[in-house]
Write a new protein. Structure first.
Length: 290
């Protein structure tokens, strides 16, 4: 992966000394770089850069148990998946004990169309359930006492990433489907039912509760695979259309919403792409060691 400073150096000097390049900066790193290079040193890159950016349309729903003996921190991080509908499923996520920084990012789980309504509901909840609210703030070990429910869907909606003026980062625009929302109808009732069962308090990330901005840990696409340069940024073997020996191997290559945690898919596709590079499988060939 090019550091930006290195890339700028290459651009200024006009010298390209690498025999091959693999972009693997994740969606936010690779797409940003490719958008920049499309306008400067790599004009033949596809116009599809930044298109079809998507997520797992997920919701992260922590529920903090009031019982001080509860311990959700042991075991596999995500050991099971419950299918709860044609397009949706739920994974219970465990965090190892001591992972408590998350609590600072959480507020009561609320819904509502405007900031005013949601802030009113947060205050009302605090007044009606003061003990539960205080318990979630001052809980001794957030990871032990909290079951995070990860709701994911195969339903798709896509965004388009564009470069801001003067190269000041990227901006997004809805491309297709419904705008992503933190208030997915099923999620509120799932969180409430689960909280009732474990005598817990359902929470949500504060950017969602306050500003209605959905959270994702699974951002995907933006340098999608396609049949040709008019349909995608890379081919089925991860090679960038228009240039030799240039590959994209990260979440930005994924051209659909798998509806599940994506890192194994990213790893598998990357391993496949690398295995197709001639001689890439021998250390000796790569490094000229005899
Ligand atoms: C909190 C959290 C929990 C998650 N849990 C799971 C899970 O349980 N299971 C699962 O499958 N997935 C999980 N994910 C998603 C998973 O981590 C990502 O889908 C995956 O890591 C994406 O891989 P990537 O190679 O596209 O990018 P990344 O893993 O983000 O790697 C990109 C790398 O490039 C670097 N970089 C970016 N720009 C530049 C640049 N200009 N120059 C040099 N380096 C640069 C970044 O610093 C980073 O190290 C989770 C994500 C988060 C945030």
């Amino acid at each position: 992966m090019w550091e930006e400073s290195t890339a700028l150096f290459f651009k200024k000097s006009g010298k390209y000394t690498s025999k091959g390049i693999i972009f693997s900066g994740g969606v936010l790193g690779t797409v940003k770089l490719l958008l920049k290079f499309k306008k400067s040193s790599l004009p033949k890159l596809s116009n599809k850069i930044g298109n079809m950016v998507r997520t797992n349309s997920e919701a992260l729903m922590p529920v903090t148990a009031m019982d001080k003996k509860t311990d959700y921190s042991k075991g596999v991080a995500i050991g099971s998946i419950l299918h709860i509908g044609e397009h949706s499923h739920l994974g219970p996520v465990r965090y190892s004990k001591g992972s408590g920084i998350w609590r600072l990012m959480m507020l009561s789980r609320v819904e509502g169309k405007s900031f005013i309504i949601r802030i009113y509901k947060i205050f009302a909840d605090f007044i009606t359930h003061p003990i539960k609210n205080l318990n979630t703030i001052f809980v001794d070990d957030w990871a032990k006492r909290t079951q995070v429910l990860l709701f994911m869907q195969t339903l798709d909606s896509t965004l388009k990433f564009k470069e801001r003026l003067f190269g000041l980062g990227m901006k997004t625009k809805l491309e297709a489907g419904k705008a992503p929302t933190p208030f997915i109808p099923e999620t509120q009732s799932i969180a409430e039912k689960y909280a009732k069962k474990i005598n817990g308090k359902p929470m949500m990330p504060n950017n969602e509760a306050l500003f209605g901005i959905p959270t994702t840990a699974h951002i995907l696409s933006g340098s999608c695979m396609g049949a040709n340069v008019n349909k995608g940024v890379i081919d089925k073997n991860n090679h960038v259309f228009g240039y030799e020996n240039m590959l994209v191997c990260d979440g930005s290559m994924i051209s659909a919403n798998p509806g599940v945690n994506p890192s194994l898919t990213i790893t598998a596709l990357t391993e496949r792409a690398i295995s197709l590079i001639p001689h890439a499988n021998t250390f000796e060939n790569n490094y000229n060691i005899s």
